[in-house]
Design a protein around this ligand. Structure first.
Ligand SMILES: [Zn+2]
Length: 409
């Protein structure tokens, strides 16, 4: 490197460091009317919610309830425009070869128990244009994302069937590695990232127009997926590892690389993903809970409410107590961090409501989204910034995934 280059680099780094503190933003006081106006003008898309694991077992999303983060009345209060519902297929369904069966049941609960049951409020959506149309009709766009690549039972034919059923993203793994992709939750990493077949899965997802979701995958699987994919990819529910060092979160280089290819990291609201102190406290408890959870997951297969009750009791038994919680301010910190390292176009929201044990104070459930709007305005974000974070970044990504698919058909 020449001396001149070195000086330029030093200047650039200094400018970046200055910008990192307040990239043109200034904290300010915000009134209720502005919060409401900005909130209503944004198309709020949440890319991950696990309530279908409860509706499949009989929960009525239309009735107000307090044991879930999600119900229809609160979704409306929260001003939600679109929800990707998680077609979560627990790894336990791989045993006995029931993964596809479970996948179809989960797709059915979203289509039958949510959309068809409340047709005035929800409308089935598969494209960016569908979401904009739903918004104009004052309906909540309901979309499908599969969580756990074992759902395809190693068959591109099943992948194509799920696309035809309306599935528009697939998380390549859950906490388990499958036969073709490694998970961040698996110490063994049997595939060293994506296997050759795993790469074929990614290419077929590109051709179909299904978003490649790298939440839950190992760092090497992320790199492989990013390299192979012809379309931008996203993390449907992950946060920043620089702030809370859990393997489910993304490192800065991962976030920057993702953003360079037009990708989006959708911030997850799990208290331990948001806050390092909470992560440390819950890791100690988790150590004690893991063997109990494994037992209970088997015992309460197909009964998620029974499972959460039993887990609550188990928590009390091991003395977990209420412990420290993350807050709304932590969510803002993660958004700030992504904006600082990768730009305003790289961040979105994937709450993981009803898939997490602890939601941040101030963002406790799906009716609390306006609190985030207020916090972002106070932080100095403009209405246009907030529109990007809430929905436009994801809509841009979806439109690009759809465009790439058209070029491959
Ligand atoms: Zn998840």
């Amino acid at each position: 490197m020449t001396v001149t280059n070195r000086i330029f680099l030093a200047a650039a780094l200094a400018a970046a460091a200055l910008g990192a503190q307040t990239p043109g933003r200034h904290k300010r006081i915000v009134g209720d009317a502005e919060v409401l106006r900005v909130h209503r003008a944004a198309i709020l898309i949440d890319t991950h919610n696990d309530v279908p694991s409860s509706t499949v077992a009989g929960m009525d999303i239309g009735k107000p309830n307090t044991d879930h983060h999600t119900d229809l009345p609160r979704m409306k209060d929260g001003g939600m425009a679109a929800q990707f519902f998680a077609v979560y297929v627990a790894a336990s369904y791989v045993e006995g070869n029931h993964a596809a069966n479970r996948t179809l049941q989960m797709i059915d609960t979203v289509r039958h128990d949510i959309i068809e049951k409340y047709p005035r409020d929800f409308v089935f959506a598969t494209t960016a244009a569908d979401i904009r149309r739903a918004r104009k009709q004052h309906q909540i766009a309901a979309l499908l994302g599969i969580e756990g690549g074992h759902a395809i039972e190693d068959s591109l034919r099943l992948l194509r069937r799920y696309y035809d059923e309306g599935v528009r993203y697939m998380t390549l793994t859950h906490s388990n590695s499958n036969h073709w992709a490694d998970s961040s939750g698996d110490a063994n990493k049997p595939n060293n990232g994506l296997s050759d077949f795993g790469k074929e899965v990614v290419r077929e997802m590109n051709r179909l127009g299904m978003i490649v979701d790298i939440s839950h995958v190992s760092d090497k699987t992320f790199q492989d997926a990013l390299e192979v994919s012809k379309a931008p990819i996203f993390a449907s529910h992950s946060s920043c590892r620089a702030i809370s060092p859990v393997p489910r979160n993304m490192t800065d280089p991962m976030i920057v690389a993702l953003a360079k290819k037009g990708g989006v990291i959708q911030i997850n609201f799990a208290c331990d993903f948001l806050n390092a102190d909470v992560a440390q406290a819950s890791a100690a408890i988790e150590e004690k809970l893991r063997p109990i959870r494994d037992e209970l997951i088997k015992k309460y297969a197909g009964d998620p409410d029974g499972l959460s009750r039993a887990m609550r009791e188990a928590r009390e038994r091991v003395g977990a107590g209420p412990g420290p919680r993350a807050t709304l301010a932590d969510v803002v910190r993660h958004i700030n961090h992504v904006v600082e390292i990768a730009g305003i176009g790289a961040v979105g929201l994937g709450s993981d409501f009803d898939g997490i044990d602890c939601a941040p104070e101030g963002l406790d459930s799906v009716d609390q989204w306006p609190n985030l709007t207020r916090a972002l305005l106070e932080e100095g974000y403009t209405a246009s910034d907030i529109r990007k974070i809430y929905g436009e970044n994801t809509l841009r990504l979806m439109a690009e995934v759809e465009r790439v698919a058209r070029t491959m058909r």
